[in-house]
Design a protein around this ligand. Structure first.
Ligand code: NAD
Ligand code: IPM
Ligand code: MN
Length: 350
């Protein structure tokens, strides 16, 4: 049997910094030659040099891999050299869509010892441990829209959210199944009081799928109210299922309450397993701290645990998760560099 093949796209900003540490931890876990790893230099620099974001040939090559690892792509929000969205849409979202990565899995765990902006009274309610199942291939991300009368006072800009019964059903079903392996609680988050078409579809499908999972208690929150519960009662959540944009926003908030964006991993899963899945931190290229060697690689490292679990290597996944948890528990407040954190986690793999 051949080794699993990994494509690694370090990307921009802190992407290469955190991916470097993630690969150190990965190889320390599985052994030096267990995976066939190929690096792809895609992102801002590649575009500036070649005018190309992602060629069809490269896409076809990536399609043959067993999994992808991504650091981050994107320029500083104020950049004038790289058009906003060029790399996000042309590379990151292109991969999520082309490889039909329907489930964007984003776990949020508050590890003991971590500093959180939540009040002590809220933290005292108990452990925080939930997963957001974010739909990954539809919604407002579908690229369905346009601009009329551009640049005039009459300009009209639209992005139309696409929600299909097929697309909603598969992530909702995934979320219910996940809940049965956790605490049997599922919360649908949407905004069906305003978004009556999409919200109605999500609600109906959730009710239909729920009938097949009688052991799972399910409820519903409008997304605005969900942002409140995240900071006042995060323990109420076990599995949260939601659309692409709500999931994007809620998972940055979820990261912030559980210790920061530098700790939050994610998996973009092609549930049909006909294409590779992609593993990446929730955070972006962080231009404000790029090149300083101070980015926290923990999110990228925890994403390697999600990768190993997806490839059926549960024991290896748990080794990484235990090492990250142990590092967080004892990190204290001393400032550490990206590589110091990576090395500390390698040491803790045991
Ligand atoms: P960001 O996540 O890059 O940064 C937000 C804040 O979090 C910044 O203050 C940053 O310094 C901090 N931060 C992020 N990761 C950190 C880490 N590992 N350790 C310590 N601090 C960390 O979000 P942004 O500033 O909105 O976006 C910057 C660029 O990244 C944009 O071009 C955006 O489109 C892109 N982006 C890419 C991805 C991705 O590739 N998956 C995700 C989000 C944003
Ligand atoms: C994320 C990012 C991306 C998203 C952007 C960069 C396209 O914010 O992975 O959370 O919105 O999905
Ligand atoms: Mn995001």
């Amino acid at each position: 049997t051949r080794n699993p093949s990994l494509a690694v796209i370090p990307g921009d900003g802190i992407g290469p910094e955190v991916v470097g540490e993630a690969l150190k931890v990965l190889t320390a876990t599985v052994g030096e030659n267990a995976f066939d790893i190929t690096h792809y230099e895609l992102g801002a620099q590649h575009w500036l040099e070649t005018g190309e974001v992602l060629s069809d040939d490269t896409l076809a090559e990536l399609a043959g891999k067993d999994a992808l690892v991504l650091g981050a792509v994107g320029a500083a929000p104020g950049s004038t050299t790289i058009p906003s969205g060029l790399l996000e849409r042309g590379l990151l979202l292109k991969l999520r869509f082309a490889f039909d990565q329907d489930v964007n899995l984003r776990p949020s765990i508050r590890y003991p010892g971590v500093t959180s902006p939540l009040s002590q009274a809220v933290l005292d309610k108990g452990p925080i441990d939930f997963v957001v199942v974010r739909e990954g291939t539809e919604g407002l991300y579908a690229g369905n829209g346009g601009t009329l009368r551009a640049g005039t006072p009459q300009e009209i800009a639209t992005e139309v959210s696409v929600n299909t019964a097929f697309g909603v059903e598969r992530v909702v079903r995934y979320a219910f199944e996940l809940a049965t392996r956790r605490r049997n609680r599922l919360t649908l988050v949407h905004k069906h009081n305003v978004l009556v078409n999409a919200g109605g579809l999500w609600r109906r499908i959730t009710e239909q799928v729920a009938e097949q999972f009688p052991q799972v208690h399910h409820d519903y929150l409008h997304v605005d109210a969900a942002t409140i519960s995240l900071v006042t009662d995060p323990q109420r959540f076990d599995v949260v299922v939601t659309d692409n944009l709500f999931g994007d926003i809620l998972t940055d908030e979820a990261a912030a309450i559980t210790g920061g964006i530098g700790l939050a991993p994610s998996a973009n899963i092609n549930t049909a397993r006909t294409f590779p899945s992609m593993f990446e931190p929730v955070h972006g290229s962080a231009p404000d701290i790029a090149g300083k060697g101070i980015a926290d690689p923990s999110a990228a490292i925890s994403s390697m645990a999600l990768l190993l679990r997806h490839l059926g290597r549960e024991a290896d996944a748990e080794r990484i998760e235990r090492a990250v948890a142990a590092d967080i528990a004892e990190r204290g407040t001393a400032a550490r560099s990206t590589s110091q954190i990576g090395e500390a986690i390698v040491t803790r793999l045991g």
